[in-house]
Design a protein around this ligand. Structure first.
Ligand code: HEC
Length: 255
């Protein structure tokens, strides 16, 4: 006995109009093409009776409505994305605030390169006087006098002339070069504030350095030039220091 193919059976059933088989069998597969393959009881979406649309649905619209929405794990990743972004930007901005740049950091470098050979790597002294234990802030109670000294050196003061605070009684015997030409104003002020803050523990000078850093960054203060070793004065330097608006100007002048 030969087997009759299923699609032929189906067609004859339809021709007879019989409902003897399962009621789920839809009578809509009228096109021969739809019955040509293996029997698929699950009806295709296209076979639902209602469409017959005048305007065909474009393929991209159909794709948009049938495609899966954002899965739950991707949605939670999207929710966390702004938090991650804010945290990430925060890590980017932190290093400049940590004091790794600015006048004191530059001063540290300048000291190692230009001053340590005579004053000691830790300011302990050598060919030049020590700077530790408040020695340098005793000689120069104010940063402005200290800056003028480093710009002009022993020769600027004149050999045999007193320098610094009278109570300390320093007299220039020579040997300290003037750095007004070799260093920019920024480097020179940086190394002086570094000597005061780092070796003599002056919190005032540390605060002044921070205020000057801010003034430099905001463009309010420009220290790109040089202090002339021949003509530099305490008043000229005071004007520069005051423009940082540290807010303790009386201490700038009297120490
Ligand atoms: C070639 C050696 C030499 C170098 C380099 C040198 N100094 Fe001096 N420094 C001296 C000598 C010597 C004196 C004492 C000057 C005198 O008696 O005329 C001195 C004195 C000083 C004083 C006065 C200290 C006190 O208490 O009397 C300061 C401040 C100073 N130097 C800062 C600096 C700085 C800042 C640098 C680097 C930018 C520097 N020096 C580089 C040799 C040097």
């Amino acid at each position: 006995m030969t087997e009759i193919p299923e699609h032929l059976l189906k067609r004859s059933r339809q021709a007879r109009g019989t409902t003897a088989d399962e009621p789920t069998e839809k009578a809509d597969d009228t096109t021969p093409a739809a019955t040509s393959g293996a029997v698929q009881p699950a009806a295709e979406p296209a076979s639902t009776p209602e469409p017959a649309p005048a305007v065909p649905v474009a393929p991209y619209n159909a794709a948009a409505s049938s495609r899966k929405k954002i899965p739950w794990w991707a949605a939670s990743a999207l929710v966390l994305l702004p938090i991650w972004a804010i945290t990430y930007v925060g890590t980017l901005e932190r290093p400049p605030e940590a004091g790794s740049s600015g006048l004191l950091a530059d001063g540290d470098h300048v000291y190692s390169a230009r001053c340590a050979s005579c004053h000691g790597a830790s300011g302990e002294g050598g060919a030049g006087p020590a700077m530790t234990d408040g020695e340098v802030t005793a000689t120069f109670p104010t940063p402005a006098e200290h800056i003028v000294w480093v710009a002009s050196g022993s020769a600027g003061v004149g050999l045999g002339s007193p320098y610094g605070d009278e109570a300390v009684g320093r007299v220039a015997v020579g040997g300290m070069p003037g750095f007004g030409t070799a260093l920019t104003t920024e480097e020179l002020i940086g190394v002086v504030l570094y000597e005061r803050a780092h070796f003599s523990g002056s919190e005032f000078d540390e605060g002044l350095a921070e205020a000057m850093d801010e003034a430099i960054h905001s463009g309010q203060l420009d220290l790109e030039g040089h202090l002339d070793p021949e003509t530099v004065t305490v008043d000229e330097v005071l004007d520069l220091l005051r423009s940082a608006e540290f807010g303790q100007d009386d201490q700038l002048a009297t120490g």
